[in-house]
Design a protein around this ligand. Structure first.
Ligand code: 26V
Length: 807
C-alpha cells in the first residue's frame, strides 16, 4: 500500500534525524546532510513496512525464493523508493519549506554500481518486481567496497578510476551483526570411520566472518519489500595475546586472513572469464554465507530440513554462484547427516539456473587443483557428483565416451561450472527465445537430449516503472491520460496505447515529448562540457563495449557517411548525432581501441564545420544506470546490432523501445521478440540470421573477399589506415581483415555492412515522414508491453520456482 505519512509527520521524522545524526536544525543542514537524512527517513519507513510484510509471509508459511547473483547494478535508491512508496509529493513539500529541491537531492546520491551490465541490472529490475508483486524473495550478493570503475577518457584512451560509492551509498545499508556467519577456506579434509559410518574431518582451515548489510527495496504501491542482502568479509578475531604481551605485535596480527580483500572490488569484466583466485574466493564467500543463512532461517521457522525443497527455491544467476550446489550438499551431508542420495535430490529440486551467455570465452572453468586447495571438502563433493552423474550416463548411453566426456563436470583437470549447474539443478533457462533454443540445440545439446524437461525459456524484462514512469515523466503523463494508470501495475496494459496510432494530436505530443527529453539530455551534457544539438537525430548505442556487440560496425557506417560528405559536402542528410556509451573491460585491448577510434573520429568531425552540421559523434563518458535513465527517454534510434546468435537477450533494446525509440538491429536475442511484437513495419532489421551465420562459417568466411570486392567496404576500411584526427587505426584494420585466424574479424562486421548501410538509409527516409515515424514510435511503446520485468518474474514464479504472492 502507499505509505500514509503526512507531510507534517515527515517533517518531524526528518528533523529528529537531523538532530540525532548532526545535531542541527533543518535550516542549518547542507544538501549532502539533507540527502542522507531523507535516505535515513526512507530506510526507517521501509523497516516498518518490512516488519509487517515479513510477519505476514511467515504466518502464511509461504515458499520463498533466494536469488543469488555476484552482481546487482542498483543505481540510485532514493527516487525509486519514494516513487514506489508514493511519498514523492510529501517529501517535495516538506523540503520546499526549508528551501531544498528534491530533484537536486537526488543528484547527490552516488550510483550503487555493483555490477558490470546486463546481468546485474536485470537482477536489480527483478528485485523491484518481486517486491511489487509481493513474492517472498531475497537477493544475495557481495557488498563490494568499489563497484564498477569510473571511466575517464584521456586523448581517446579509457582510464579506470575507483568507484567510491560507500560514502553516500552506505545510508541504504543496514548492518546486521546478529546474522554473521563464518566461511572456511583452505585446510585439509580427512575421512574417518566412526561407529556411524564414514565421516569427514576438516582441519587447518582459514576463516572469515561474513556480515550482512541489508538494502531494502520497496514494492510499488504494494505491501511488499524486497531485501537485497550484501555480504562483507571481516577478519575473525584470532589475536595472539601471548605474542602481543611479548611485544611482538606483527606476529600477534599474523593470524589475520586479511578478509577485507575479498569484498574490495567487483571484477570489471563481462562476458570474459579470467581464472583469478580472488574471484573464486568471492564466489564461494557469497555462496557459503548465503546458504548458511538460508538454512538457519529455515530451521528457525520449521525446525527441520526435511521440507527444505518444498519451502525454498534457490536461483543462481549465471554460473558465478554455482558452488552453492556442493555447498548445500556439504551442509546437508556433514552437518545434518542426510544420505548422499537424499541430499542430492534435495539440492537438485531446490536449485534452478539461468544462463546469460553463449560466448565460449565467458564460460567458467576452474582448475581442479585450485578448487581442491581453496575448498577441499567442496572439491570432494564435486568429485562425487561427477562420478555419480557419469555413472548414470554410462548406464544410459553405454560406450558413448565422447558424449559422457562432454557432459562430465570434471574434464582435463578443469571443473566446468555450467555442467555443474545443469546437473545440480532442476531447471535451466535462457533469457530470450532464440537464446534458449541455442542452449538446447548447441551449448547444452547433450543435456537437452538426456533431460529435456529441465530446459525452458524466460525472456528478460525491465522494471517499467523505473524506466518509463520515473525516467520519462512526460511520456508517463501522456500514457496516464490515454490509457489510465493500470499499466503501472500490469505492464501488458501498455498495449492499449495502440488505440491512439491514428490520433494526430497524440502523435504530435509524442514528438514534442521526445524533443523535450532530447533538450533535457543536451542540457545535462552541457553541464559536463559536451555540446549536443537537440534538433539532430539521436542515434544511440549504449552497452558494454564488446566485439560481438559490434560498436565497430556502427563506426564503419558513420565513416561511410563521413566519406560521402567529404566527397560531396552538399549531400542532403538530416543531421544526426551518434551517441556511444560504453565501458570496456580494463584489459580488453580491442575494445579500448574501438573507444579510441570513436573518440578520434569525433574530434576529426568537430574540426570540419561542414561535416559537423550533418553528422556528429559523441562518446558519453562513464555510462552508468543514472546516465541511462536520462539517455533512454531521449533516444530515437536504438542500435542493437550484435552478430546474430551472440547477444543472449539485451535489455537496453527493451528500455529504448519503451521510450519510443525505433530499433535498427539484427535478428538476435530479444530483438527477435521485439520484431514479433511490433512487426516488420515498425523496426529496421538487417543482416544475417543466427542460422545464416552458422552457414557462413561452415562455407568459410573470409573478410578480405568483402574488402577486395566491395567498393564501399574497401573505401571505409582503407580510411582506418589513413586514420582520423591524425591517429592511424592500423590495429583495427588488421583486426577486420586478418584477425586471429587469418579470415578476418570473428564477428563478421563486413558481412553485414552493406545491408546495415542500406537499412540505415531507409530509416533516414522514414524519419523525414514525421507522422509515420511517430506512429512507429507509438507501436514500439505499446509493444514493450510484454517486456515488463513483472512478466518475467511471473514466468519464473510459476514455471520454475513454484512460488505464489502474498495476495
Ligand atoms: C562473466 C564474468 C566472468 C568472470 C568475471 C566477471 C564476469 C561477469 C559477467 C560474466 C557474464 C556476463 C553475462 C552477461 O552479462 N550476459 C548478459 O546478460 C543480460 C541479462 O540476461 C543479457 O541481456 C545480455 O544479452 C547478456 O550479454
Amino acid at each position: 500500500m502507499q505509505s500514509t505519512l503526512t507531510s507534517k509527520q515527515l517533517g518531524v521524522l526528518i528533523k529528529n534525524k537531523l538532530s540525532r545524526h548532526y545535531g542541527i536544525s533543518a535550516e542549518e543542514a547542507d544538501r549532502k546532510q539533507m540527502y542522507k537524512t531523507c535516505a535515513r527517513a526512507v530506510v526507517e519507513i521501509l523497516s516498518d513496512k518490512r516488519t509487517r510484510y515479513y510477519q505476514k509471509l511467515k504466518d502464511q508459511e509461504k515458499k520463498k525464493v533466494y536469488y543469488l547473483c555476484m552482481e546487482f547494478l542498483v543505481g540510485r535508491s532514493l527516487k525509486n523508493n519514494l516513487y514506489n512508496l508514493g511519498l514523492e509529493k510529501e517529501f517535495r513539500e516538506v523540503l520546499k519549506e526549508w528551501n531544498f529541491d528534491l530533484e537536486e537531492l537526488y543528484e547527490d546520491e552516488p550510483d550503487a554500481g555493483l555490477g558490470n551490465g546486463g546481468l546485474g541490472r536485470l537482477a536489480s529490475c527483478f528485485m523491484d518486481s518481486l517486491a511489487t508483486m509481493e513474492y517472498p524473495a531475497m537477493g544475495y550478493s557481495i557488498c563490494y567496497e568499489y563497484g564498477l570503475f569510473k571511466q575517464k577518457i584521456v586523448d581517446g584512451w579509457q582510464m579506470e578510476l575507483p568507484d567510491i560509492w560507500l560514502p553516500g551509498g552506505d545510508v541504504w545499508l543496514n548492518q546486521r551483526n546478529d546474522l554473521a556467519f563464518r566461511v572456511k577456506f583452505n585446510g585439509h579434509v580427512e575421512e574417518i570411520w566412526t561407529n556411524d559410518g564414514l565421516k569427514t574431518n576438516y582441519t587447518d582451515y582459514d576463516e572469515v566472518e561474513a556480515v550482512p548489510y541489508d538494502m531494502m527495496i520497496s514494492g510499488a504501491n504494494s505491501e511488499g519489500v524486497a531485501i537485497l542482502r550484501l555480504w562483507r568479509a571481516r577478519d575473525v578475531d584470532k589475536f595472539d595475546m601471548k605474542s602481543f604481551a611479548k611485544g611482538d605485535y606483527n606476529r600477534a596480527m599474523n593470524e589475520k586472513m586479511n578478509a577485507e580483500l575479498i569484498c574490495k572490488v567487483l571484477y570489471p569484466s563481462d562476458n570474459h572469464f579470467e581464472g583469478k583466485t580472488l574471484r573464486l574466493r568471492q564466489q564461494y564467500f557469497l555462496v557459503s554465507a548465503s546458504i548458511q543463512n538460508i538454512i538457519s532461517d529455515h530451521l528457525q521457522q520449521f525446525g527441520t530440513l526435511d521440507n527444505f525443497s518444498e519451502k525454498i527455491a534457490i536461483h543462481i544467476n549465471d554460473t558465478h554462484p554455482a558452488l552453492c550446489i556442493p555447498e548445500l550438499m556439504r551442509i546437508l551431508l556433514d552437518d545434518y547427516h542426510y544420505s548422499w542420495e537424499n541430499a542430492y535430490n534435495m539440492v537438485i529440486s531446490t536449485v534452478s539456473y539461468t544462463n546469460h551467455t553463449v560466448l565460449s570465452e565467458a564460460l567458467e572453468t576452474w582448475p581442479e587443483e585450485l578448487i581442491k586447495q581453496q575448498f577441499p571438502r567442496i572439491y570432494g563433493i564435486i568429485q562425487g557428483m561427477n562420478e555419480s552423474y557419469c555413472q548414470e550416463m554410462w548406464n544410459r548411453y553405454p560406450g558413448e565416451w565422447g558424449k559422457i566426456e562432454r557432459m562430465a563436470i570434471i574434464s582435463h583437470g578443469q571443473i566446468r561450472m555450467a555442467n555443474l549447474c545443469v546437473i545440480g539443478s532442476s531447471s535451466v533457462n535462457g533469457v530470450s527465445k532464440l537464446h534458449s533454443d541455442i542452449l538446447k540445440s548447441q551449448v547444452f545439446s547433450d543435456f537437452y537430449q538426456a533431460s529435456s524437461e529441465k530446459f525452458t525459456n524466460v525472456t528478460n524484462g525491465f522494471a517499467h516503472r523505473r524506466w518509463i514512469c520515473q525516467a520519462n515523466p512526460r511520456l508517463t503523463r501522456l500514457l496516464d491520460d490515454c490509457i489510465g494508470e493500470e499499466y503501472k501495475k500490469d505492464g501488458r496494459k501498455l498495449a492499449d496505447f495502440k488505440r491512439y496510432s491514428d490520433n494526430r494530436s497524440i502523435l504530435r505530443q509524442l514528438r514534442d515529448i521526445k524533443l523535450a527529453n532530447k533538450i533535457d539530455f543536451s542540457n545535462l551534457m552541457d553541464q559536463k562540457g559536451v555540446s549536443i544539438d537537440p534538433h539532430s537525430i539521436f542515434d544511440v548505442q549504449a552497452k558494454r563495449l564488446h566485439e560481438y556487440k559490434r560498436q565497430l560496425l556502427n563506426v564503419l557506417k558513420i565513416i561511410s557517411l563521413y566519406l560521402d560528405l567529404k566527397d560531396d559536402p552538399n549531400l542532403v542528410m538530416p543531421p544526426q548525432t551518434f551517441l556511444f556509451a560504453a565501458k570496456a573491460a580494463p584489459g580488453y585491448y580491442m575494445a579500448k581501441e574501438v573507444i579510441r577510434l570513436i573518440w578520434h573520429l569525433s574530434a576529426d568531425i568537430e574540426k570540419d564545420p561542414v561535416l559537423r552540421e550533418k553528422i556528429r559523434v559523441v562518446f558519453l563518458e562513464n555510462y552508468c544506470v543514472t546516465m541511462a535513465e536520462a539517455l533512454m527517454p531521449a533516444a530515437e534510434i536504438s542500435e542493437q546490432i550484435s552478430l546474430a546468435g551472440k547477444e543472449a537477450s539485451g535489455t537496453g533494446n527493451m528500455k529504448m523501445m519503451a521510450n519510443g525509440a525505433l530499433t535498427i538491429g539484427t535478428m538476435d536475442g530479444a530483438n527477435v521478440e521485439i520484431f514479433e511484437a511490433v512487426g516488420n513495419e515498425n523496426m529496421f532489421i538487417f543482416g544475417m540470421s543466427a542460422e545464416d551465420v552458422e552457414r557462413k562459417w561452415a562455407e568459410g568466411y573470409e573478410a578480405s573477399s568483402y574488402y577486395h570486392n566491395k567498393e564501399k567496404i574497401h573505401r571505409v576500411v582503407e580510411s582506418l589506415r589513413r586514420g582520423f584526427n591524425g591517429e592511424s587505426f592500423d590495429s583495427i584494420y588488421r583486426y577486420l581483415i586478418v584477425g586471429d585466424f587469418g579470415v578476418g574479424d570473428p564477428y563478421m562486421c563486413l558481412a553485414d555492412f552493406e545491408d546495415y548501410l542500406k537499412v540505415h538509409q531507409q530509416l533516414l527516409d522514414v524519419y523525414l515522414d514525421q507522422h509515420k515515424w511517430n506512429q512507429m514510435s507509438l507501436f514500439n511503446i505499446a509493444g514493450a508491453e510484454r517486456f515488463a520485468a513483472d512478466r518475467s518474474i511471473m514466468d519464473y514464479a510459476r514455471n520454475i520456482w513454484n512460488i505464489t504472492p502474498l495476495h
